[in-house]
Design a protein around this ligand. Structure first.
Ligand code: HEC
Length: 135
């Protein structure tokens, strides 16, 4: 309980060095993941206007205003936790599970509070892309 060590994934630290190895690869993996897993609901630009949006019982969140809604600071941990499947403040989560996304290599992500959290690399890349969508 008192441990400062948490994990967003079960895979463990298999992927240290993975990012370095992939640096310079042409396609942006975070963007690819976003388009594959998220754009259908949240829209290509993150505005919440995806193809499926009209068919959902609740509107997909506008992902371009996450920083603005958080005092100008991108809420990385909130985004990681949301994607990872934590229900958060929503009683009923419409967000699907992204198992395959979370099964890959992980690395240590250090939260703003200095907490070291083992986190799938694909999840961090995805959060990085969502951060790039901020207005
Ligand atoms: C099936 C449609 C659907 C898909 C696919 C989906 N989302 Fe969502 N998402 C929603 C809906 C609806 C909400 C708002 C209600 C809720 O949180 O349950 C939401 C909320 C969120 C939030 C919370 C925003 C806030 O203001 O707290 C984040 C972050 C988010 N989604 C990111 C993503 C990312 C990244 C992906 C791709 C991995 C994704 N979502 C895929 C429907 C979806």
């Amino acid at each position: 309980m008192g441990s400062h060590f948490r994990s967003f994934g079960a895979a463990g630290i298999l992927g240290l060095g993975f990012l370095a190895a992939c640096a310079g690869a042409a396609p942006d993996p975070g963007r690819q993941t976003y388009l594959h897993y998220c754009a259908g609901c949240h829209g290509t630009t993150g505005a919440g206007d995806g193809r499926l949006a009209p068919h959902l019982p609740a509107p997909p969140a506008d992902l371009t205003v996450l920083s603005a809604a958080n005092g100008g600071q991108f809420p990385t941990e909130h985004v990681l936790a949301t994607i990872h499947g934590y229900p958060g403040k929503h009683a009923v989560s419409l967000m699907p599970e992204f198992g395959p996304l979370l099964d890959g290599p992980s690395r240590i992500w250090v939260s703003p509070e200095g907490e070291e959290i083992v986190t799938p690399v694909a999840l961090l890349e995805l959060a990085g892309h969502v951060e790039s969508l901020q207005r």
